[in-house]
Design a protein around this ligand. Structure first.
Ligand code: SF4
Length: 364
């Protein structure tokens, strides 16, 4: 198949759905680990179609949703300083921190500029040398190469007015944390196609062997998703646990080596606090010592921020598959995209936003 429409063909989708139903002998619980896949599953009605056959639960696959509140608080504080402009992707602006969002901060005079790429932030810094630009670097392994490139650009221009709040997170340690939790319900994973495009999927081999759970690399279109679900169910029904790549048109076993080399050059693995999860060992990336002149944490001495525990949002329960968004008592009432209580309702990849947008108010 060459064109996108072919991956949305309703007749083939129906055949795949029929096949999943035909071979399923018991209730299986699968988790997709990518917010883009969550939205596609809801948008195309796949989660609802499989109700009673295969339960799809939604993992921590939205980088905006898992960005630690302390990082947002730090970004808000920096943006309020006279000499600093905080550059961020638009998605981050409405995510609540402990004391409000970046948008709230902007309303009280903070300097915040939306950018569409890390290089845009570097360019701003290059053109306005009298102003400090701080880029809020969030995202999984998919966005880390672009922020690594921005650091190299800033170094090439010898910019002394560019730095980053590095909040990159790594997917596989979060999957490990999920399956080790006593409340784990995941029986197989649909691995995130975009992350595997960069990182490859060889590293999942030991994960599959260790936890004896099927992992199937899966794309984003309806037929990709149904194919990935079918592959998982086939394995589960056969009592097998294997690694499969069902997104071969995009993903290679080794991934994109040059992107990995770039990330390796600029970043090192670190423990990282995930919103709602706490600290996940090896769950993030931080700048290597030789690039730390671009670390906003070091340049601007992160201030002590009193922690306010927000307990209204059940995003942790949503992102670990313990509940579906409509089971949150605030879903669609106190929490809507216009007035969000938590990040999963704000972000374009958030699970709560997906259920709200596609009008799924029950729990498939
Ligand atoms: S509906 Fe709102 S409050 Fe409930 S989990 Fe989702 S984002 Fe949080």
């Amino acid at each position: 198949m060459k064109y996108l429409d072919e991956y949305r063909d309703p007749k083939t989708a129906q055949l795949l759905l029929d096949e999943i139903r035909r071979i399923t002998t018991r209730h299986w619980t699968l988790m997709e680990v990518c917010g883009g896949q969550t939205h596609s599953l809801l948008r195309h009605g796949i989660a609802v179609e499989l109700e009673g056959t295969v339960e799809l639960i939604h993992g921590p696959g939205c980088p905006v949703c898992v960005t630690d509140q302390a990082a947002i608080d730090f970004a808000c504080q920096l943006a309020q300083r006279e000499e600093i402009v905080l550059a961020s992707f638009g998605d981050m602006l409405r995510v609540p921190g402990s004391h409000g969002s970046l948008l709230d901060a902007q309303a009280t005079g903070a300097h915040i500029q939306i950018v569409y790429s890390p290089s845009d932030a570097v360019e701003l810094a290059r053109k306005q040398p009298e102003t400090q630009f701080v880029f809020f670097a969030v995202g999984f392994e998919t966005t880390a190469p672009a922020t690594a490139l921005a650091i190299k650009q800033a170094a090439r221009y010898r910019l002394e007015n560019f730095s980053m709040i590095v909040s990159h997170v790594r997917v596989q340690p979060a999957m490990e944390s999920l399956v080790q939790a006593p409340e784990n319900r995941v029986q197989a994973f649909l691995a995130a196609g975009h992350v595997c495009t960069v990182m490859g999927y060889e590293s999942y081999e030991s994960f599959v062997n260790r936890y004896q759970l099927p992992v199937v690399v899966t794309g984003f279109e309806p037929l990709d998703l149904l194919d990935g679900i079918l592959a998982c169910v086939k394995q589960l029904e056969a009592n097998e646990a294997m690694l499969e790549n069902r997104y071969a048109r995009t993903v290679q076993a080794a991934g994109n080596r040059s992107a990995q080399d770039l990330v390796q050059e600029i970043y090192q693995v670190c423990d990282r606090a995930w919103r709602g999860f706490g600290t996940i060992p090896k769950g993030g990336l931080e700048l290597r010592p030789e690039w730390q002149q671009f670390d906003a944490l070091l340049r601007f001495n992160k201030p002590a921020i009193p922690v306010f525990k927000r307990d209204e949002c059940q995003s942790f329960e949503v992102m670990t598959g313990q509940i579906k968004p409509p089971e949150c008592p605030h879903f669609g009432t106190r929490c809507t995209p216009e007035s969000p209580l938590g990040a999963p309702m704000v972000s374009s990849e958030g699970a709560c936003a997906a259920y709200y947008r596609y009008g799924v108010t029950t729990t498939p």
